[in-house]
Write a protein that binds this ligand. Sequence first.
Ligand code: PEP
Length: 254
Amino acid sequence: MRRKIVAGNWKMHKNLVESQALVTEIRGIVRDELLSNDAEIVICPTFLALPSSIKLLEGSNIAVGAQNMHQEAQGAFTGEISAPMIQSIGATHVIIGHSERRQYFGETSQTCALKTKAAINNQLTVLYCVGETLEQRESDAHWTVIEEQVRLGLQGISAEEMKNVVIAYEPVWAIGTGKTATSAQAQEVHAFIRTIIEKQYGDQIAQATRILYGGSVKPDNAKELFAQADIDGGLIGGAALKARDFFDIIQAAV
Ligand code: PEP
């Protein structure tokens, strides 16, 4: 039985004061209204808001993650943040390979593999994102694209290390567009990703690996998506910025 995860990707939204207000609101609702601890909850605010979010969430069941990191531990990489730095402030997760990083910052699956390795070496759980563009889906290239992203992004990751990897399937055409993959479309790809993991790591690890869906998940579609056999929760963008919506999505996972 895989424990579901609901992770919020705040992207480049909310200044420090706004972040603290949102964290406090989410913490309050989760504390007062969540009846079960069945799902793992993660929020990924901007780097600036990580330390205060961690402090505000002390003693709660909400974990905090970064949205990106550099693969090197330190060095002359102006503007970058490393895995040991993220780990040192008490963050536990990191998103790697988000499609916006791939699209706007030249992130490749090869760099994702290096980042994933560095994150795991620093006890971080990786939320590794894969997903096809609309053009790739329409030309039926999505199977090849996803397979390559999964294989290359996990290069050098051992079977033992896979327990620190969560895959997020996020079709690019569904991110921030209001277009959600149907639950059947998502399930089909999730099952496919599981077979890729199975070929590489065997059935036991494939069955244990969590695969999240991301792309316009909202309170009204979350339940159906999360009910699919191979969908183990969600990576949530826009709806994670509203405490009530985020909470309702968490409720759909428990
Ligand atoms: C995301 O950015 O990971 C995402 C899924 O965004 P949204 O939920 O807004 O589509």
